[in-house]
Design a protein around this ligand. Structure first.
Ligand SMILES: NC(=O)CC[C@H](N)C(=O)O
Length: 358
């Protein structure tokens, strides 16, 4: 059995069973999701993080590529009570260290009490605690990953659904989950996936019916060019966003964002729609939140547990954003209608744009 050490920022070093070798470092977070480990492990939003599963057995229904949200595993390491052989082999094939036989209840309560914290991981035949501590020493704070967009975004524009007859979407890829693109394609949209730092001319070349800002890792303030795109287009083009996208839109329109103690990561987060009084169950994975929406946006949905903004609409602009993941994957599908609302907003705008005498 290989040695495995998890060095925590509070000075403790946890010892577990090594399931996939290597060393790593990152912000230690946890998800309470009891399904969807393939989707979570391939969600680009987890870039530069170490993902702990609070659900004790991870891998009990195998590993299948059709469930992946991206072409690689994004967390820097994975921790659990028990990984199956399937998942351990998958993580090893991806070069992602994995540790199990941990008391993940202790890890989760440590994060809940002390906040998401840095950690260092070392797994291997002859690693020592010192190797994990060295990783911890080298670990950057999440907000200091100022180029994180480069690590997860497309390099070139990619076009999907060219034969579709629906709305044209310019999706700015800040670490997009594949099921967001799929949800738009399923509604007959043509989707142009642009780099997170695309230029104004790049977006103009698409001539989109809606500018869609994706989910993604890290601190929203570090996506400066994406924020600039929202500032440039919001007066004339409907804007939508998911998770990081909601945060970027708020930053662009005079709002502010802040880091949460440990965030929301799971598939059973209740969200209240303020207008209808309806509560929906949502899937979430975020550690920042909108602190103030600013004078151009209004909060329309809140998290039932802590009142943080979950849905934001434009006041004078056509804007719809969600902090949770309406595409699910994993989690409940209560909120898929968000994509219908986005495309209806785009459609109504493009109808208005047709000159009266046509
Ligand atoms: N899933 C996401 O888009 C995460 C958004 C942002 N990186 C956060 O942690 O809040």
């Amino acid at each position: 059995m290989t040695e495995a050490y998890v060095a925590l920022e509070d000075g403790r070093v946890l010892e577990g069973r090594g399931r996939a070798p290597g060393t790593a470092r990152g912000e230690l977070v946890f998800t309470t999701a009891y399904t969807g480990y393939e989707e979570s492990l391939t969600d680009p939003s987890y870039e530069e993080q170490v993902l702990t599963f609070s659900y004790p057995l991870i891998g009990n229904y195998g590993v299948r590529e059709e469930r992946f949200e991206d072409d690689r595993v994004h967390p820097r390491a994975a921790l659990a009570k028990e990984f199956t052989e399937d998942v351990a082999e998958w993580l090893e094939s991806e070069g992602v260290p994995a540790v199990d036989h941990l008391d993940t209840r202790e890890v989760v309560t440590t994060i809940r009490d002390g906040g998401a914290m840095k950690c260092g991981i070392a797994v291997g035949e002859d690693v020592t605690e010192e190797d994990a501590k060295e990783q911890l020493e080298a670990c950057k704070a999440m907000s200091d990953h100022t180029e994180i967009g480069e690590q997860v975004s497309v390099d070139e524009v990619e076009v999907y659904g060219e034969d579709n007859d629906g709305e044209t979407v310019a999706l700015v890829d800040c670490g997009a989950k594949g099921s967001i693109v799929d949800s738009l394609l399923a509604r007959d949209a043509e989707v142009h996936v642009l780099p997170h730092d695309a230029s104004v001319a790049d977006v103009e070349a698409v001539d989109p019916d809606v500018l869609f800002i994706s989910n993604g890792p890290g601190d929203p303030v570090n996506f400066e060019q994406t924020i600039h795109l929202v500032e440039e287009f919001v007066e004339d083009t409907p804007v939508a966003g998911i998770c990081l996208g909601q945060q970027i839109v708020a930053e662009a329109l005079g709002g502010t964002t802040e880091k949460m103690d440990f965030g929301h990561r799971g598939v059973n987060q209740p969200v209240l729609d303020l207008a209808s009084g309806q509560v929906v169950m949502t899937t979430q994975n975020h550690g920042y939140t909108v602190a103030e929406p600013g004078e151009h946006l209004e909060v329309t949905q809140i998290n039932v547990n802590d009142d943080t903004p979950e849905g934001i609409d434009g006041i004078e602009y056509d804007v719809i954003t969600r902090q949770y993941h309406p595409e699910a994957n994993p989690g409940p599908e209560d909120t898929l209608d968000f994509f219908d609302d986005v495309l209806a907003m785009a459609d109504s705008r493009s109808e208005q744009a047709v000159p009266a005498d046509d």
